[in-house]
Design a protein around this ligand. Structure first.
Ligand code: GLY
Length: 523
């Protein structure tokens, strides 16, 4: 859809918006209308901006809403229940972006999605397997079963998935814009679904919701400019912080996948994710020290205890701190032929979100509330810890790891990247950048090479099975790294669909870890 829009004369923003709506139809595990996302845009004239359409907590959400009377987290409530659903942001975000920077009509960018929902698309083998695995979780929601099963039986490869309710919801957005989603029929059905299932989202939540234009986090890495997502994503701030910690070291000489390189990166990741738990949250609610976290001097101090010969213990690594500042003095993958670039990441949170289709709308509801810290230092679904900064409050946005990023070299867009993968998003994006800048890989290698991940707690190194050779594993163990764990899931870490400038044009690369992906033509 994105490539068609570009061929039809649309710009990168039109292509991103049309693709966003199309993904709600063809990639229901994460594409969405009732979820949220972040978009990083770099216009052909070099101007950079981000759109935050992250979900937020309903007005009646409370700090301890997932705790029982003894103060313990009730398993499943923040992930698979109507209470798991945050107020959706995607539709307002995509329409705002189109309105401000697009060139095409709402009608033109929504038509392909409506057509695919209306007429259906062929389910491939991977999607059939994926949907079959979802059925037990969807059993108790008749509206979900109606769409994602064939009358209670799994869809088979080659079947055609028609989504009439979703087509109608998309068509209302086409005709009425924002009001086609946040008011009228769609809003009534969504609120009715909440009332039926004990959820909190009300008409006031929907009508109040607005996406926000935010200034990107900008860093410098070996002569490249890094443009990424600010809070409520933790991605951009952590990415720049980790790159700052790596910059004094000769990663190129160490070599991709060497024990030295993995050790260095893991130690940077350990410190950055410890800061995430303490300092990151919704900037509309807490003061997030982005400038501090992204500062090169801070990285130098934070990494001063790095020992090239020895792994540190996560239990010995606290969050970074600094003297209080006075409040009045403070210092903060699409491309078109014109050079407009967009990095866009969107989500329902876990695969297929809450698994709840709001009856009559055809759309899956997110379970983004799990990205809040339900209780201090208690892991969420990604094992991430959080504290006060990311506690639940009415209308607050939950902290994210989504890291849509644009890398600029000599004033020109070099790389557009980002990834799904919860807590692994930030380290996947980091590895893409290091693979290109330090290891000199072409895009295909940078995207497909095996990945390694560490997130401070739990104190384990996760690695894709072919990612670390036996002698590298041995050397890391000797240096004191514990919990070296092969990535346990059939699909690899992340899905970093990226675009990179190459001689004479751009290369697009769909991450081979997700067989359903595709990239537009290189020119
Ligand atoms: N829901 C995953 C994230 O935003 O980090």
């Amino acid at each position: 859809v994105g490539a068609d829009i570009l061929r039809g004369g649309g710009n990168a923003i039109d292509a991103a918006v049309a693709t966003g709506f199309a993904l709600a139809v063809t990639h229901p595990s994460a594409g969405n209308l009732a979820g949220g996302g972040f978009m990083v845009i770099r216009l052909a004239d070099g101007a950079v901006i981000t759109n935050d359409h992250r979900e937020r907590a309903p007005i009646t959400a409370t700090r301890d809403m997932y705790l029982d009377q003894a103060g313990n987290v009730i398993p499943g409530l923040s992930t698979y229940s109507h209470l798991a659903v945050g107020v959706p942001g995607t539709v307002d975000g995509l329409l705002s972006v189109l309105d401000k920077y697009g060139t095409m009509s709402r009608d033109a960018v929504l038509r392909p999605a409506i057509r695919m929902a209306q007429k259906g698309f062929v389910i491939d083998r991977d999607m059939a397997r994926d949907l079959e695995a979802q059925l037990p979780g969807m059993q108790k929601y008749p509206a979900s079963m109606q769409v994602f099963s064939n009358q209670g039986k799994p869809w088979q490869p080659g079947d055609v998935l028609v989504q009439k309710d979703l087509a109608r919801t998309l068509d209302l957005i086409r005709k009425r814009g924002r009001a086609g989603f946040y008011a009228g029929r769609t809003a009534d059905l969504l609120v009715a679904e909440m009332q039926r299932g004990g959820g909190l989202i009300s008409h006031a939540d929907l009508s109040e919701y607005q996406s926000v234009w935010r200034t990107p986090v900008i860093g410098q890495y070996r002569g490249h400019q890094i443009v990424s997502m600010p809070p409520p994503s933790s991605g951009g701030a952590l990415l720049v912080q980790m790159l700052n910690m790596l910059e004094p070291f000769d990663l190129k000489k160490m070599g991709y996948g060497s024990a030295d390189a993995v050790h260095l990166m893991v130690e940077a990741e350990r410190r950055a994710y410890a800061d995430r738990a303490e300092h990151l949250g919704d900037p509309d609610y807490i003061k997030v020290p982005v400038e501090r976290l992204a500062d090169k001097l801070y990285a130098k101090r934070r990494f001063a205890d790095f020992n090239p010969a020895r792994a540190s213990r996560s239990t010995d690594i606290g969050a970074g701190s600094w003297p209080a500042e006075s409040p009045d003095t403070t210092h903060a993958s699409f491309i078109d032929k014109e050079g407009n670039a967009v990095a866009y990441t969107t989500t329902l949170n876990l695969s297929y979100g809450s698994k709840i289709v709001a009856a009559g709308t055809g759309m899956l509801l997110n379970n983004e509330m799990d990205d809040f810290s339900a209780k201090p230092d208690t892991p969420n679904a990604f094992g991430l810890l959080g504290r006060e900064a990311n506690a639940i409050a009415p209308r607050k946005r939950m902290l994210s790891s989504m890291t849509p990023t644009i890398v600029v070299k000599d004033g020109k867009t070099l790389l557009i990247t980002g990834s799904p993968g919860g807590s692994t998003i930030i380290t996947t994006t980091l590895q893409l950048i290091v693979n290109v800048i330090d290891h000199g890989m072409d895009l295909s290698d940078a995207v497909s090479s095996p990945r390694v991940h560490h997130q401070w707690q739990p104190d384990v190194i996760l690695y894709e099975k072919q990612g670390l050779s036996p002698d590298t594993l041995q050397k890391l163990t000797e240096r004191g790294h514990q919990g070296l764990t092969p990535w346990p899931y059939p699909r690899g870490i992340g899905d970093a669909n990226s675009v990179m400038r190459v001689d004479g044009g751009f290369a697009g690369m769909a991450d081979p870890r997700n067989p359903g992906g595709a990239a537009g033509p290189t020119r």
